[in-house]
Write a protein that binds this ligand. Structure first.
Ligand code: BMA
Length: 318
């Protein structure tokens, strides 16, 4: 127990008072729900690429843009990126995108879950503008989810964080590639922790955030209870030059279902961060999340407090 660190964990993220920010009833066309967005800064705006569930249950991706990341969202009038159902890889829709600026390509890389005939697979698309997309196809075999690239190479290779299911276990993995096509050196990055809040499953939350101390990795942890699966968010710190080394990991979660819009929805008790942007002028991280699998909300954390918190978390020695 470390009560000052626990206090920090409980107060680090402040929910936006007008949450949720995106809901089905403000959508320009009929949908069931909107949740789990990728988030980037582009042309001075915050862009969310949202997972939108259609009335048949399949999902597609649609952009919403805002000048301040909180208000005045302008939503694309029709789906921005729809599944190509003639393609077996995308048969049952597109879900849970993450996006990152690739410094070398000067383009955004979007990793999203394609619901293929063989199960969920992580696919990659590249875009400059979030209007047109070059689809590069599936990266690794199913079942795989919760993936994002880093913005640059490490020793000449791209790194992908992802979450395959292996022997029924759901740990976070990291894999390397020289060309974004051929992947190898697969290794477990972060495991579930018996009896903890992240005992049942873990998966990457948003894109990795670069700090002077290392890469900040937000991740979701799941605890299965008799009534639901609780999706909460924790943090880890990865080495800057060799991000397959975990330096620190939070004991506590830093965001979890509390408010009514997080506790009740299509899937109760879910806070699922999938995109974040650093708002330099405010020195804050805006973390965007799906709330109860049917709306989008945002919570903000002071960057200095985030750094203070992660450096107070226990070191990982294995
Ligand atoms: C995960 C994903 C997410 C979803 C979450 C909670 O497995 O499918 O899209 O938000 O479960 O239901």
């Amino acid at each position: 127990m470390n009560s000052s660190r626990e206090k920090l964990a409980a107060t680090l993220f402040k929910r936006y008072e007008h949450n949720p920010i995106l809901t089905a009833d403000i959508w320009p066309y009929p949908i069931n729900s909107v949740f789990n967005p990728a988030a980037v800064k582009i042309n001075g705006q915050v862009l969310l690429l949202n997972r939108v569930e259609e009335l048949c249950g399949f999902s597609h991706l649609t952009c919403a843009r805002s000048n301040d990341g909180l208000t005045g969202w302008v939503i694309d009038k029709k789906p921005t990126m729809k599944a190509d159902q003639s393609n077996k890889e995308e048969k049952w829709g597109l879900e849970d995108p993450r996006a990152v600026w690739l410094e070398e390509q000067k383009q955004y890389a979007i990793t999203y879950v394609s619901f293929s005939e063989g199960g969920p697979v992580v696919s990659l698309a590249i875009t400059k503008n979030f209007h047109t997309f070059a689809r590069l196809g599936g990266l690794l075999p199913p079942e795989d989810k919760d993936a994002c690239l880093f913005p640059r190479r490490f020793n000449g290779r791209f790194a992908l964080i992802h979450r395959p299911i292996v022997r029924g276990e759901a740990h976070i993995w990291l894999s390397l590639s020289p060309d974004l096509k051929h992947w190898g050196d697969h290794r477990v990055l972060l495991r579930t922790r018996h009896a903890y809040w992240d005992a049942s499953r873990v998966g990457l939350a948003c894109q990795p955030i670069e700090l002077p101390e290392g890469w900040l990795m937000l991740y979701h942890g799941v605890r299965t209870t008799t009534s639901s699966q609780l999706y909460r968010i924790g943090v880890a710190l990865l080495d800057l030059e060799e991000p397959w080394h975990v330096l620190r990991r939070s004991e506590e979660w830093v965001l979890g279902p509390k408010e009514r819009y997080e506790r009740i929805g299509d899937v109760n008790d879910v806070t699922f961060v999938s995109g974040a942007v650093v708002m330099e002028e405010k020195n804050q991280l805006y973390a965007y999340y799906g709330a109860a699998d049917d709306k989008v909300a945002v919570a903000m954390a002071d960057m200095d407090l985030l750094r203070e918190y992660i450096m107070a978390c226990p070191e990982v020695t294995e």
